[in-house]
Design a protein around this ligand. Structure first.
Ligand code: HEC
Ligand code: HEC
Ligand code: HEC
Length: 102
């Protein structure tokens, strides 16, 4: 095996290790549960559970860095939340699944 190939393999292994470490330990995971206010009603969003569902791939929802999501609100939320539920055929996709009447 050429030296070149070996160093490439080592580099690859290091990269894999560092990304899995990053994925395993988010610096600031934020709240386990987030009350998303929709008018006067609130949706208890299972933040921790969703982190586990996405295997800590925070960028599935947080563009670049974890924290407040830019332009958070109705349009952003619907674009973010509904397609993934649709794709996975799990999680609410109908209005009343997230917006309980009361
Ligand atoms: C399924 C979507 C989703 C995933 C995945 C996700 N988050 Fe969040 N997170 C949210 C939403 C929604 C909020 C509230 C957004 C807002 O208020 O701007 C939030 C809020 C936060 C906050 C608090 C921001 C504040 O100041 O109030 C932190 C910190 C955070 N997330 C970190 C993470 C980290 C770290 C990960 C990965 C381990 C992660 N999140 C994965 C959706 C997600
Ligand atoms: C990356 C994919 C993904 C994204 C993005 C996502 N969800 Fe989910 N969500 C799921 C899956 C998968 C389930 C089903 C979990 C189960 O059945 O155990 C779920 C379940 C739920 C449930 C049912 C109750 C629960 O906690 O299991 C609610 C409510 C929910 N999601 C709200 C949201 C909201 C609000 C957002 C946007 C801020 C969001 N989800 C974004 C994948 C996602
Ligand atoms: C996967 C969950 C989810 C589904 C499904 C969903 N929404 Fe939402 N909706 C949200 C979230 C999260 C917000 C924004 C909360 C925030 O600003 O923090 C929101 C905000 C809104 C708002 C603005 C706030 C308010 O209550 O006045 C309206 C109106 C709304 N949605 C209507 C709908 C309608 C109509 C449907 C069905 C076509 C629907 N939503 C489906 C999660 C969902």
């Amino acid at each position: 095996m050429s030296k070149y190939l070996i160093s490439l393999l080592i580099l690859g292994a290091l990269l894999l290790m560092s990304t899995s470490l990053l994925a395993a330990q988010p610096e600031n995971p934020g709240p386990k549960m987030i009350k998303l206010m929709m008018g006067k009603k609130a949706l208890d969003f299972t933040h921790l559970k969703h982190q586990q569902l996405t295997k800590n791939q925070c960028w599935e929802c947080h563009d670049k860095k974890a924290g407040k999501i830019a332009n958070w609100g109705e349009a952003t939320a619907h674009k973010l939340c509904i397609p993934c539920h649709d794709l996975n055929e799990k999680g609410p996709i109908n209005c009343k699944g997230c917006h309980p009447k009361k």
